[in-house]
Design a binder for this molecule. Structure first.
Ligand SMILES: Cc1ncc(COP(=O)(O)O)c(C=O)c1O
Length: 393
């Protein structure tokens, strides 16, 4: 019985054609197969490993915390230093109204918690999202997915959900006094790295403020430096009422959070008490890892390097056999025009030592979202392989 056989027979599969690449270890921007084959990672575990794989500071923090305690009690009951210190660190980096952190386990849960919080605080029922957004796979946020192919088999979904077109200024008038919240990815990741039009997020903010709807930014994928600012909301000049984060938040360990003002967050304490609870949310080892990874990102001054790195990728690729490059910072989608080209490309890229991926709602673009620690020579090497592969498809 080899691992491939066990993977295919004993482990649940999410598609009929998994990559099925076996990884033995990972370090920095590289992943290695059991035969020593090296891959340059242009996915970063889908925007998770912003500080690189297995950074020694993160590994040390995990080991130290694991040797003190792992799980003690459900989130929010005992005082656990990794949670309290990480919450304080995050709050110190955020605007005044984002001052209270509720830790959960994942991005889906962060968004579920954010939406529940908005309904509880406003007493309203309508939830507004945007077409082609991805907020996770749990029922509540699946209801905010527009793609019929993803949602149809799982009906009935949440009622009182309205979906608007991303970047449609006209559609914003549908936000009303009935709306509890509007949830938006500031840059739509899984739609294929669709950037907001100039002023769109500011107009959205304005309409939410006018109607009393809470604005939720889903920064699960855009957070922690990926767009060249710690959070995308800083880049686009808009402060949300609730910020949902995950992925890079845990530095490679599972962790999510929704963050808001203390006044808004306190509404989860009563009517009912325990309005949102989680056993493993804010796992101490995940918080310790996340805090160490955030220190790596900040003390290594990685965020100011993001724009130049993105420019270098674009410079190498813009005259190659591609149709377009979308996105912002180190969250890019390279458009190949046809799904058949993309599947050929991805297979050849792996064969040639590049790990990339497609997007959930775009089957003709590949993803460039490497760890932020990637350096110029690694970008040169990755792009020279990509350009060669592009010539062959
Ligand atoms: C923007 C966004 N929100 C939410 C999620 C769901 O996060 P998770 O898979 O941790 O539940 C994802 C995952 O890709 C995402 O990209």
């Amino acid at each position: 019985m080899n691992l491939r056989h066990l993977f295919l027979t004993c482990q649940a599969q999410t598609s009929p054609a998994p990559f099925g690449i076996e990884i033995d270890r990972a370090e920095g921007v590289y992943m290695y197969g059991p035969d020593g084959k090296r891959y340059i990672d242009l996915i970063a575990g889908v925007s998770v490993s912003n500080a690189g794989h297995c950074h020694p500071d993160v590994v040390r923090a995990v080991c130290e915390q694991a040797s003190k305690y792992m799980h003690l009690m459900v989130y929010g009951e005992y005082i656990q230093s990794p949670q309290a210190l990480y919450a304080a660190k995050l709050v110190s980096l955020l605007p005044e109204n984002l001052s209270n952190v509720y830790f959960v386990n994942s991005g889906s849960e962060a968004n579920e918690g954010a939406v529940k919080l908005a309904k509880r605080y406003t007493g309203r029922q309508e939830i507004i999202g945007f077409r082609n957004a991805y907020h996770g796979s749990t029922y509540g946020v699946l209801s905010l997915t527009s793609d019929e192919c993803f949602r149809n088999a799982f009906r009935p979904l949440l009622p009182e959900v309205r979906l608007l077109d991303f970047n449609s200024f006209d559609h914003l008038s549908q936000i009303s006094e009935r709306t509890a919240c509007v949830i938006v990815e500031p840059l739509q990741g899984e739609a294929g790295a669709i950037v907001p039009e100039e002023g769109f997020l500011r107009s959205l903010r304005q309409r939410c403020s006018q109607t009393g709807a809470l604005l939720i930014f889903d920064e699960v994928q855009t957070g922690f430096g990926r767009l060249g600012k710690l959070f995308a909301f800083e880049k686009y000049g808009v402060v949300p009422d609730i910020l949902a984060v995950a992925k890079s938040l845990g530095g490679g360990m599972p962790l999510g959070a929704f963050i808001s003002s203390k006044t808004i967050m306190d509404s989860l304490q009563t009517n009912p008490a325990l309005g949102h609870i989680t056993t493993f949310g804010g796992h101490p080892v995940s918080c310790a890892a996340g805090m160490a990874a955030l220190d790596v990102i900040l003390s290594g001054n990685l965020i100011p390097t993001v724009e130049n790195k993105a420019r270098l990728f674009r410079k190498h690729l813009e005259n190659s056999d591609i149709e377009d490059i979308r996105g912002d910072g180190l969250l890019m989608a390279v458009e190949l025009g046809k799904p058949e080209r993309l599947s050929k490309f991805i297979r050849l890229a792996y064969e040639n030592g590049i790990a990339t991926d497609w997007f959930l709602f775009n089957n003709s673009s590949f993803r460039i979202a490497p760890p932020l620690i990637i350096d110029g020579s690694q970008i040169d090497e990755a792009c020279s392989i990509l350009v060669k592969v592009l010539k062959r498809i």
